[in-house]
Design a protein. Structure first.
Length: 129
């Protein structure tokens, strides 16, 4: 019986990579691999845009363009820069405080986070008695 050998790159993509990143094999394999390998910052922005009613492919294109322009993704790729990786690993609270701090020039520690509005505001100063 004659069998053909599968090229090594196909073995890696179809059999080994899914095991390494915890993806089930099947019809959605490429989509699942893309989503697992997508930088967190890109994934989050794509989901935000989809939440506003933009279709997935358009959201991906818009997010990639914006994040490349802001220096969070390397130009011409969807690979995160060190800035993008750092920002992608931040919590919503950390990002909100960071935005407010950069805008005002005040320390991050002077801000408190409101999860309902996703904004950071200055903490009230305690009066000394």
């Amino acid at each position: 019986m004659f069998t053909t050998l599968m090229p090594i790159h196909e073995i890696i993509v179809q059999r080994i990579l899914p095991l390494l990143i915890g993806v089930q094999t099947g019809d959605n394999l490429n989509t699942e691999i893309e989503e697992k390998l997508m930088p967190k910052i890109l994934d989050r922005l794509v989901k935000q845009l989809q939440g506003k009613g933009i279709d997935k492919s358009s959201a991906y294109a818009i997010a990639t363009s914006k994040l490349q322009k802001s220096g969070n993704l390397k130009k011409g790729t969807n690979k995160a820069t060190s800035k993008g990786t750092k920002r992608g690993n931040m919590t919503a609270s950390q990002r909100a405080k960071d935005r407010a701090s950069k805008k005002s020039g005040k320390s991050i520690s002077k801000y408190k986070y409101n999860s309902k509005t996703n904004k950071a505001t200055l903490k009230k100063m305690k009066e000394k008695t």
